[in-house]
Design a protein around this ligand. Structure first.
Ligand SMILES: [Zn+2]
Length: 258
């Protein structure tokens, strides 16, 4: 179906890389851009939140934001590389223990996943408190139709990998998981895709909260929800949706590339 989406919408193709070094630089720049966009959109809450990108060579290592640095100030060169034991092997900043506990388990359970995003954004955490999956009530929310899980548990701040393992289980093969009483977590085959799913899931939570506050929203029927999902919900479509955001943020905040 990915091919169908590309055919219908004439999607640009994802870039390919001659060397791991090139791919690493690309992933780090996209990661820094994702943080800047999350900041513009108000997804930060103090020191909470993390987006990770798997290293293209050391596949059990990931790049992540330095603990305590504002999303809006992160440059590619500020990102830290964390190994499978939670040790920082590149960079001079500490890692958020929760970032390691959750993301190490997600990356390990899902070899297909390059990036994972999590933040305490307002509408995502508000929706999460209801302990429900999103309904297909808008075209955009169909991206998550039959493709997100619910972690229906909250036992305090996640600092143990055993808890991250349970979250990874709730994520399963989906693109996203709602962490009850906590917020959203999304994944992708690219940093672009993981960041986009987070952005559009946050807005889908907002849309459903608004609609249910006003009345009883009409659900899109299963056949059309599924067909919409097959076009809107692919890895390629998720990557493509991020491209205008990348263009905007790199023009407005070019220092993120440093
Ligand atoms: Zn969190």
């Amino acid at each position: 179906m990915a091919t169908a989406a590309a055919d219908v919408f004439h999607l640009r193709k994802r870039p390919t890389f001659a060397t791991a070094e090139e791919e690493r630089r690309h992933r780090k720049q996209r990661l820094a851009a994702a943080f800047r966009i999350f900041s513009v959109l108000g997804f930060d809450e103090g020191v909470a939140g993390h987006i990770t990108a798997r290293d293209p060579e050391r596949l059990d290592h990931f790049w992540v934001n330095p603990f305590g640095m504002h999303f809006g100030q992160i440059r590619a060169s500020d990102l830290i590389l964390v190994n499978q034991h939670g040790e920082v092997v590149e960079g001079n900043h500490p890692v958020n223990v929760a970032a390691f506990a959750i993301h190490s388990q997600v990356h390990s359970a899902r070899p297909d996943v390059v990036a994972a995003a999590h933040a305490h954004s307002l509408y995502g955490k508000s929706w999460s408190s209801l302990g429900r999956l999103l309904d297909p009530i808008t075209q955009d929310s169909c991206a998550f139709y039959g493709d997100h899980g619910l972690f229906a548990d909250f036992t305090g701040i996640v600092y143990q990998t055993s808890e991250g393992e349970r979250i990874a289980k709730a994520l399963g093969n989906y693109k996203a998981v709602i962490l009850r009483n906590h917020g959203l977590l999304t994944v992708g085959h690219t940093v672009d895709e993981a960041a986009w799913w987070f952005i559009t899931m946050e807005r889908s939570c907002q849309a459903q909260l608004l609609a249910e506050a006003a009345g009883a929203p009409v659900k899109i029927d299963p056949g059309h929800a599924e067909a919409t999902m097959q076009l809107l919900g692919t890895h390629e479509a998720g990557w493509f949706q991020f491209q205008p955001l990348w263009a905007r943020i790199t023009r407005e905040q070019p220092d993120l590339l440093e």
